[in-house]
Design a protein around this ligand. Structure first.
Ligand SMILES: Nc1ncnc2c1ncn2[C@@H]1O[C@H](COP(=O)(O)OP(=O)(O)OP(=O)(O)O)[C@@H](O)[C@H]1O
Ligand SMILES: [Mg+2]
Length: 340
């Protein structure tokens, strides 16, 4: 069993894969800070429980946004905290594969490498997120065959057509899981005059969310504040309400996929038509998103197994390429990018 690990710095969730063990950590990428003293009060699940329940004194922040660091110091704390949890002490100094979205700038890459390096890591290699997602979904990315991956996460929907270990076409939109929650909050306010928080919206989305009609109508009890009199109240939301709430962001994602397909070279497009589009990312769990995408594009859509963990899993499976990279074997045969 190796010491090497792979990390997916998601907007919502921090995931760690350990060589020989698989996914060993999948926790909220969130941190609570005391505004007066700048002291860190809580990290991860504990900080998530504070979301929407804080006073003016406490801010709950996401220090990472789709693999890009928005607050370096907080990101370093988060990374160090989770690496300690998986037992990575400075003594071992593992080598790390970390996923980054395609199209990140050199400065953004450097920030990721530095933040992980600060935790005492010996070597950091980067892998582009859609490539990692494809490996994690079980695709043979080295084949001269086109494969389309659409990763719907929390902050971003990333998509790419991959062939011969490389990305032929990549595209992304900032519409993803967080927008589903926002859409639910707005819809509930409009239809029921009910004010709910992000955590309630997330819970309802996970329970009865859908982007295509469910076979059976399901319901969820929403608790919040009556917008008219400010009193606590509860309302039942149905899965049909969910479709009305979520169709707009869901269609926006579909449109981005369609415009990516329009740019895809015909040979690769033919492969995608035969094999289907692969959906990864936690929001691929949204009921009916795959059906909606399939109906609109007229291409089969397959939701990967454990879609939320595909990027971390693929980055983990790419650990074996680190040795090749250290021997100087770059390029087409190696999905990893060396750094520093
Ligand atoms: N059953 C479900 N139904 C709908 N959405 C879900 C479900 N389970 C998880 N999600 C959503 O998946 C998202 C998290 O997915 P994931 O871990 O892939 O995101 P991330 O990697 O942290 O974000 P990003 O890739 O945008 O940086 C959250 O928005 C969450 O609400
Ligand atoms: Mg992600």
């Amino acid at each position: 069993m190796g010491n090497d690990i792979a990390i997916d710095l998601g907007t919502a969730r921090f995931k760690v894969y350990q060589d020989g063990r698989g996914i060993v950590l999948n926790e909220p990428a969130i941190i609570a800070v005391d505004n007066m003293t700048d002291e860190i009060i809580a990290i991860g699940s504990e900080a998530y429980r504070m979301l929407g329940r804080t006073s003016d004194r406490v801010t709950v922040a996401h220090p990472l946004c789709n693999g890009v660091i928005s607050d370096l110091s907080l990101a370093e704390h988060l990374i160090a905290f989770y690496l300690r949890q998986v037992g990575r002490s400075r003594v071992f100094m593992p080598r790390v594969v970390v996923s980054v979205p395609c199209g990140v700038t050199e400065v953004e890459k450097r920030a990721v490498v530095d933040a992980i390096g600060a935790a005492g890591v010996r070597k950091v290699c980067l892998i582009e997120e859609p490539v990692a997602a494809a490996i994690g979904a079980g695709v043979d990315i080295a084949a001269p065959h086109g494969c389309m991956i659409v990763d719907v996460g929390e902050g971003t929907t990333d998509m790419a057509v991959i062939s011969l270990n490389g990305i032929a076409i990549a595209n992304s939109t900032h519409i993803a899981g967080a927008d589903f929650n926002d859409a639910i909050i707005k819809y509930v306010r409009r239809k029921f005059s009910l004010i709910i928080g992000d955590r309630m919206a997330e819970a309802a989305k996970t329970a009865i969310g859908c982007a295509y009609p469910r076979r059976r109508l399901t319901t969820y009890m929403l608790k919040g504040l009556d917008a008219l009199n400010g009193l606590p109240t509860a309302t039942v939301m149905t899965s049909d309400d969910m479709i009305e709430a979520l169709i707009e962001p869901a269609i926006a994602i579909v449109r981005t996929v369609q415009s990516t397909l329009e740019l895809t070279p015909p040979e690769l497009l033919a492969d995608i038509f035969t094999d289907g589009i692969i959906l990864t990312g936690g929001s691929a769990n949204l009921y009916g998103l795959s059906t909606l995408l399939s109906k609109k594009t007229k291409i089969p859509v397959i939701v990967a197994e454990s879609p939320g963990e595909c990027v971390a899993l693929g980055a983990g499976r790419a650990i074996k390429y680190i040795d090749k990279l250290e021997r100087g074997e770059h390029g087409r045969i190696n999905p990893l990018m060396s750094y520093g």
